[in-house]
Design a protein around this ligand. Sequence first.
Ligand code: SF4
Length: 295
Amino acid sequence: MRIGLIDVDGHNFPNLPLMKISAYHKSQGDFVEFYEPLIGVCEPYDKVFISKVFTFTRDYNAPIYSNEVIKGGTGYDLKNKLPSEIETVYPDYSLYDVGSTAYGFLTRGCPRACEFCVVAEKEGACSIKIADLSRFWRGQREIKLLDPNLLAYPDRTDLLYQLIDSKAYVDFTQGLDIRLLNEEVAELLMQIKIKSIHFAWDFEKDSEIIKQKLKWFKNFSKLDYTKLNVYVLTNFNTDFGFDLERVYTLRDMGYNPYIMIYDKKTAPKQCKRLQRYVNNRRIFRSLKSFEEYTG
Ligand code: SF4
């Protein structure tokens, strides 16, 4: 079969489901490539898989020349899932030419069920193990973990030991739940080669515990701010004053804030300007205040 793949969100970040679909179909002897309309119009594909992770990405609306089109991803709905024979396959990293980095999930689900987040509804309201590291890592220099809440998994130490043993640089891309961090976990984290850690400070009600844990972890880890990132959710249920307070507090504590905007279409201009200011590290480190940035 000739299989075409469409990554609706663009090619900036490798699409894991597409890499698995590619690996599975290649293992069946099929020919797989990113969908090429000029080829399809002459000779339709047997199957085209179209994947959309984000709801806000504009859909692919051009004609698709294929006998069958299969859509998937959170950007379409929360129910669609890959069949298990594809979900469990080792990804085809050559699709995005990312040979030195492995991408994947060790766990899925999250018990927090934050109102702005689809994870609990899509993956379940508890963190469960879905794979060992060897499922998607075979000696690559770097691992990008996509787990939504790895620390909520009861046997998290087992997974942290797997990351230690890998000796690979690990990027916890999706936010480690700082509220669940204790000395045992922090000690294991420090045995991992950390490329980058992301925490999150989303709600005002959690401020005290988050600040206390962040302060403690900074002293404990001695990691440089370039490796310590904190997602700051805006335009959900916080006001601009609290957005600024989080940004400045994090910088003073030795962390790197990273502005996330909920529902960007409705976000006030000020919020978008704050994002441009804070997320550009060079500007953020050279201009001490948002007022200075806005002139
Ligand atoms: S803690 Fe993170 S993953 Fe869990 S529901 Fe909240 S935002 Fe989603």
